[in-house]
Design a binder for this molecule. Structure first.
Ligand code: FES
Length: 394
């Protein structure tokens, strides 16, 4: 049932945009830290290879979040080393050049008096910032207006009340390896066979799978699961190493745990064609019957990324209490922790290309194709609108 033949090629030249996006794809909103971590004290982050200063304006750390390029145009000192001297601004620590947080305009130069002639003649590049799901999100583009962030968040997280648990971890390794690992079909069954999470989730040895696209997501649809396999001349292998878990009855394609409980109405309403899906610019969605797990692979630079794991449960009121108990009691440690640490390990040691792909890698190929097609469309749109897409950092 697997369509197509895998290309024999050993490099990534079939996907030039993907190949060039070592430091990430521009034109997207990325989560960079928890909202609670951002105060009036400037904070430096690196996103898509760019140094950015984040700061929360105003008193009591409750003001709006802003982001500017973290390099003072005067002598190149990071603005994140400075602080706020006047509301709505940030001042460089060296000579007191003071920039408007919203527009980047040079509003005052403290060491040149109130009439400094350079004021109004210098503008610091700014980035658009939003806060969602308890996190700060920054848009990195090519000069175009940022699309509303709700257009880029997973659709079901917009307009549905959800209780959310998340983990943000800086990790070594290229963001593409992290994304490919997340969507990689085979690894869940083999790499994670020793994860403690497996105490709760039975996994097949292998699947018959199709990749289907719906909207901006591609889904892995598992047509058939094999819970045991006989390897000629070697013996039998099953994947129930930890517990003799009974293979679940497969009643829906949501989650590989089948029918254990009713599907949450918000999740059921999405009618996901498959339980694992991926979308640009590197967002993984795993839909279980009662909750959804997301992974955002945020490019820091070509060698580092942020792993942002989010678990969302569409409950309200007192029902959120069991969610917190479940999340803090074990999901955070087992799933976002030990299970995910196995992924972290593989991302650190992956060294591709060159590579020689096998049948389940169709998931990787379809993801690269999606990235390629969507980026091609974006570049065409930018050129039509008169913007020059920025190439990858050299
Ligand atoms: Fe920033 Fe001089 S280097 S004010």
């Amino acid at each position: 049932r697997r369509a197509g033949k895998l290309p024999g090629r050993q490099d990534w030249s079939s996907w030039p945009h993907y190949q060039a996006a070592a430091a990430g794809f521009r034109g997207y909103w990325y989560p960079v830290c928890y909202s609670s971590q951002l105060t009036g004290k400037p904070k430096q982050i690196t996103l898509l290879g760019e140094k950015i200063v984040l700061i929360r304006d105003g008193v009591k750390n409750r003001g709006t979040a802003y982001a500017l390029k973290d390099r003072c145009p005067h002598r190149g000192v990071p603005l994140s080393e400075g602080n706020q001297q006047f509301p709505g601004t940030i001042s460089c620590p060296y000579h007191g050049w003071t920039f408007d947080l919203a527009t980047g305009e040079l509003k005052a130069v403290i060491t040149d008096g109130p009439e400094s002639p350079i004021c109004g003649k210098v503008t610091q590049p700014t980035y658009e910032v939003e806060e969602r799901l308890g996190m700060v999100w920054v848009f990195v583009g090519d000069g175009e207006d940022a699309p509303p962030i709700d257009q880029q968040l997973p659709e079901e997280l917009v307009g549905n009340a959800a209780v959310v648990g998340s983990r943000i971890q800086p990790r070594i390794g290229n963001w593409r390896f992290a994304c490919e690992n997340g969507y990689d079909e085979g690894h869940a069954k083999y790499l994670h066979r020793t994860s403690l999470w497996r105490l709760f989730k039975a996994m097949p040895v292998w699947n018959e799978t199709r990749i289907v696209q719906r909207g901006r997501w591609i889904y892995r649809v598992q047509d058939k699961q094999y819970w045991t396999a006989e390897f000629p001349g070697l013996g039998k292998w099953d994947n129930q190493a930890w517990f003799k878990l009974k293979p679940p009855k497969q009643t829906s394609n949501i989650g590989n745990t089948g029918s254990h409980r009713d599907v949450n109405p918000v999740i059921a309403a999405q009618e996901f064609p498959g339980f694992a899906s991926v979308s640009m610019p590197g967002v993984l969605r795993i839909a279980y019957p009662t909750f959804i797990h997301y992974e955002f692979y945020v490019p820091v630079d070509a060698e580092n990324h942020l792993y942002v794991g989010v678990m969302a449960d569409f409950r309200q009121g007192w029902r959120t209490l069991p969610f917190y108990l479940k999340y803090l009691g074990f999901v955070r440690w087992l799933f976002h922790g030990q299970f995910s640490a196995q992924d972290k390990w593989m991302v650190e040691v992956t060294d591709a290309p060159p590579e020689r792909l096998y049948r389940p890698d169709e998931s990787l190929l379809k993801w690269r194709k999606l990235a390629e097609d969507v980026t091609e469309e974006r570049i065409e749109r930018l050129k039509t609108d008169g913007f020059e897409p920025v190439g990858p950092p050299v």
